[in-house]
Design a protein around this ligand. Structure first.
Ligand code: ADP
Length: 490
């Protein structure tokens, strides 16, 4: 059985709770406030200012001014990069404190938060390097003309992020946006408002001119919607639920904003009989249980070749039973709480559905303790493709095991989903690995590994898992407008 839950008494001081606009802490004009919880206890840890439409407007004006007339508008690209390097350095120095705050507010283990902080620093540094390498081209146009292209900032960008990786999602969005010279209004998720405020302060300390980054907390339907509707925001970059993306896309149509979306998944993780069984069991375990399954890339559909199915599932269940679930701030903890009561209820609802639809609950399936939002690592065996637990994104530590017999069959079944974010294959057969990688409809494919994501490589979804790509050079395209300049010669 998973270990019992110890409840932390957090010592982390929460100092920043207001809106961050124009490098200043301000109180809302027409907003309100949000109660912020520690998901390990369910108790309130802070009350944070929430932005209303007038606050959004104020932040957008600050960002517009910084873009058009402030020092940012004429700053050399190399100097933009230097500011980003400086921010990365400050984040690195404060990584311990930021990681503790992240764990306290979103429930991820302190080990995972430290890993996220490394990702944040890597991302800022990677894009800092891009700042003075964003180039146009000369084009061999017909006639006596010189034509060349320029890549210029999209403008004021609204960034709306989720609660599962609060700082990492911020960095993925700030990195390319700043490298390309945009200015930012960012809205964190209502469940996890704290670390974005901490990093905003570091941005000011690093020397970013006022108005370049602004952070507004608030509810999606109010603050988020006001950003999407605002006529002076040029682009919305969103990470979250597919249903929210549909609302945003509809609302963004009114002002024809650019939009990029990074959405959910129901990622197939395919284990062939010729794989290294030990590595594959560990990989399948990590694929689903990392951050309690609260990852858009979670390997929640586990296809196991029939020949090895029984042994594989036994070994996986053994590991699941031994997972240390508890206080996220304890170094030894392997899985913290789910982020909220809502998520806890949703996961337990899917467990009931799985049982009702005839899947075999091998282990887990219940809440741990009666305080905080902890869920035991859960395995459903004998799942069929049509069951709800094999189709819906659960966003919790619940894996569906689906037996299969061959490559063509598994590719076909893996692709029968509205999603296409990630996929993985475990095999020693190089042909099978590459054939799977080629045929599976997913933005990221892992071979004999899982959850390996880097600032340098494009990340995003096929089908309803998203639009556009983050990370790598690909994100630069989404944060710039392409301009053609043609000069008459002679
Ligand atoms: P999740 O299921 O992960 O909570 P959401 O899509 O609800 O996913 O939330 C992701 C982000 O989108 C959060 O910052 C949330 O506040 C924001 N959001 C939710 N609804 C809207 C909306 N109608 N307009 C803009 N942003 C929204």
């Amino acid at each position: 059985m998973a270990t019992k839950v110890a409840h932390p008494s957090p010592k982390t001081k929460i100092e920043r709770t207001r809106l961050f606009i124009d490098n200043e802490w301000v109180s809302p004009i027409d907003g309100g406030s949000l109660e912020t919880l520690n998901p390990a206890t369910g108790e309130t840890i802070a009350t944070v200012a929430a932005a209303g439409p007038k606050d959004v407007d104020r932040a957008v004006k600050a960002a517009r001014q910084a873009l058009e007339t402030g020092p940012w508008s004429t700053m050399d690209a190399a100097d933009r990069g230097r500011l980003m390097f400086r921010l990365a350095e400050l984040v690195e120095k404060k990584a311990g404190e930021l990681a503790a705050l992240e764990s306290l507010n979103c429930g991820k283990t302190i080990t995972d938060s430290k890993g996220d902080l490394e990702g944040v620093v890597n991302s800022l540094r990677y894009y800092a390097g891009w700042a003075d390498k964003i180039e146009g081209r000369t084009v061999p146009v017909r006639g006596s003309f010189l034509s060349y292209t320029l890549r210029q900032p999209v403008g004021v960008v609204g960034q709306i992020i989720p609660w599962n990786f609060p700082l990492l999602m911020l960095a993925w969005k700030w990195g390319p946006a700043l490298a390309c010279g945009n200015t930012i209004v960012l809205k964190p998720a209502e469940q996890t408002p704290l670390t974005a405020l901490a990093i905003a302060e570091l941005a000011a300390e690093a020397g970013f001119p006022k108005g370049v980054v602004n952070v507004l907390n608030g509810l999606g339907e109010t603050t988020g919607a006001a950003m999407v509707e605002h006529p002076d925001i040029d682009k919305i970059a969103f990470t979250g639920h597919v249903d929210t993306a549909k609302i945003i896309q509809r609302a963004a149509a009114a002002t024809l904003k650019r939009t990029t979306f990074e959405l959910g998944g129901k990622s197939p993780n395919v284990i062939f009989a010729d794989s290294d069984m030990e590595a594959a069991v560990a990989g399948a375990f990590h694929a689903i249980y990392f951050h309690g399954g609260q990852c858009c890339t979670a390997g929640s559909r586990l296809f196991v070749e029939s020949k090895i199915h029984d042994e594989f599932v036994e070994r996986l269940a053994e590991k699941a039973k031994g997972r240390k679930v508890g206080d996220p701030l304890d170094q030894k903890t392997e899985q913290g709480p789910q982020v909220s009561q809502e998520q806890l209820d949703k996961i337990l609802h899917y467990v009931k559905l799985g049982e009702k639809e005839g899947a075999r609950l091998m282990t887990g399936g219940e809440r741990i303790g009666d305080k905080g939002f902890f869920v035991a690592p859960t395995i459903f065996d004998n799942v069929t493709d049509s069951m709800t637990i094999a189709r819906d994104e659960i966003f919790g530590p619940v894996v569906s095991v689906l037996p299969f017999k061959g490559l063509d069959e598994v590719v076909d079944r893996a692709n029968r989903t509205q999603y296409g974010l990630a996929a993985a294959v475990w095999t020693r057969d190089i042909d099978k690995a590459h054939l799977f990688a080629k045929q599976v409809k997913a933005g990221t494919v892992w071979v004999n590994c899982y959850h390996v994501v880097d600032a340098t490589t494009p990340f995003g979804g096929f089908k309803m898992s998203g639009q556009g790509r983050e990370n790598g050079e690909a994100a630069i395209e989404h944060y710039t407008e392409l301009k053609t300049v043609t000069v008459k010669l002679g």
